[in-house]
Design a protein around this ligand. Structure first.
Ligand code: IMP
Ligand code: MG
Length: 175
């Protein structure tokens, strides 16, 4: 049986997203940015973040596969969809739902850095610091969370629960 309980309610998420957008707007004042969302989990975060960023901004998306339908990282990352444009000379902000082991963002960061952007930053709504195996950190972090499996606000378990408005912990127990 699966049970859900709220870890971060929607109003706290909204306040944090506004704060991150404020920091990004200040850090890049007078410049334009390219927000690159990692499909599909980052879409809701990106949509909310982008609407509060007071800069000229464009979007792009990248898709990788790493988890399948399991909760544990398979250890390998595969590119499913690359960005549509060259990022050379651009201010790139990679937008991700959650940093866990860091394997996914390490792979994507290397891919994007090869474009030689003007600057490169990572915005991650959630950070499971204790799970990190790759030496990577996000420049803009929403919340550090404990090692629990979370869903909602874009995050899924086997493609379910992405549309939940709050960030919830998913507990699954075998009956
Ligand atoms: P990493 O490569 O281990 O850092 O994994 C990052 C990816 O794993 C994220 O983009 C998510 O898709 C997924 N992931 C990690 N932890 C969770 C979680 O608690 N809930 C849902 N997805 C997660
Ligand atoms: Mg993801």
């Amino acid at each position: 049986m699966e049970t859900l309980h709220i870890l971060i309610p929607r109003d706290q998420v909204a306040a944090k997203v506004a704060e991150l957008a404020g920091r990004i707007s200040a850090d890049f004042a007078g410049e334009s940015v390219v927000l690159i969302g990692v499909l599909k989990g980052a879409t809701i975060f990106l949509a909310d973040l982008a609407r509060q960023i007071r800069l000229e901004a464009s979007f792009d998306f990248i898709a990788v596969s790493s988890y399948g339908n399991a909760k544990e990282h398979s250890g390998e990352v595969r590119l499913v969809k690359d960005v549509d444009q060259s990022l050379e000379g651009k201010n790139v902000i990679l937008v991700e739902d959650i940093l866990d082991t860091g394997l996914t963002l390490t792979y994507i960061s290397n891919l994007l850095l090869a474009h030689q952007p003007k600057s490169f930053k990572i915005a991650a709504l959630l950070d499971k610091v204790s799970r990190r195996t790759a030496p990577i950190h996000a420049d803009y972090v929403g919340f550090e969370i404990p090692d629990e499996f979370v869903v909602g606000y874009g995050l899924d378990f086997a493609e379910r629960y992405r549309n939940l408005p709050d960030i919830c912990v998913l507990d699954s127990e075998k009956a």
